[in-house]
Design a protein around this ligand. Sequence first.
Ligand SMILES: NC(=O)c1ccc[n+]([C@@H]2O[C@H](COP(=O)([O-])OP(=O)(O)OC[C@H]3O[C@@H](n4cnc5c(N)ncnc54)[C@H](OP(=O)(O)O)[C@@H]3O)[C@@H](O)[C@H]2O)c1
Length: 323
Amino acid sequence: MRYGVIGTGWIAKSFIDGARLICGSEFVAVYSRTAESGDKFAAANNIEKVYTDISEFANGDFDAVYIASPNRLHYEQSKLMLENGKHVICEKPITVEPDELAELQALADEKGLIYVEAIMYMFNPARELLKDAIGKIGKITSVHFDFSQLSSKYPAYKRGELPNIFNPALATGCLMDLGIYCVYPALDLFGLPEKITACAHFMESGADGSGVAGLLYPDKLVNFTYSKLGQDRLGSQIFGDEGTVKIESISKLVNMTLTDNSGNETEIIGDVAKEKLMGYEAQGFERFIANPNDPYYNVIKERAMQVSTVMKEIREISGIEFK
Ligand SMILES: NC(=O)c1ccc[n+]([C@@H]2O[C@H](COP(=O)([O-])OP(=O)(O)OC[C@H]3O[C@@H](n4cnc5c(N)ncnc54)[C@H](OP(=O)(O)O)[C@@H]3O)[C@@H](O)[C@H]2O)c1
């Protein structure tokens, strides 16, 4: 598969490395707002062509685009790429609003193109291991997911700068960045909740720096916490009446264990390199392009829509706004 890339941050490099490693994908073009940044990224990643005009990029000689720009741009850039006949894999969150996602899913279908969210959880082989494991711990009544990761941009924010991730005008903040990694497994493992409660802690910039949400089901409560202002050291846990599944990283599903009620711990999976997990996203995307009738593509589309809808509800309850 021949790709063009939008965005020149570290995550774009990680996707390129993963896709080359797992799928042997080719990366032939990059779009950047400036030639300087584009040239630097192209040289570091062995990419031949740099575009600084997005319309020219959209007509480039490649089949697919990986988008890793700030969240606010995902909708308009994905739309432009789909209109120009490119398959799109876009970083999470795939769009800000669920109605934008519905519009672009319909556009992709109409044009016979594949359009997916780059979310590690849905393409991670450990997702099946997790499902097997929670089938072994009896009746599950409570779940706690956490994704609290101290932001490398927080020192700059404290110095008075405004990094993109703490700038609400770009539809960023902690729920959109980290909370989404808790919403995905909650909905994928347990379905849509009957009721949602949530609140957030706001920074002076107006961005949500941390938050909490509770998803109530008839038989269980799934709660999650997320923060960019402090570092989790405990991980996530799913509690059953016959055992507990512990997940060190809810985004990567690595270092998972199952502990029975006698305290016997067994490993479900150890560590996996992030590049590999990014490569699995590319692998799934390329599989759908080769076979658009793959039934898992419908699961991916439906889950993305459910997550986008629940994220919007959490934002409304928590008072998270993008302006
Ligand atoms: N899957 C993961 O683990 C993971 C990890 C990190 C981020 N992400 C996602 O990847 C996306 C990008 O995140 P990031 O932290 O890399 O973002 P970022 O550094 O703020 O921006 C990414 C790129 O977009 C361009 N850009 C920056 N500010 C812009 C602006 N105001 N207007 C237009 N373009 C701008 C820059 O490229 P040029 O200057 O070259 O144009 C920059 O390299 C987000 O959607 C995020 O959620 C995913």
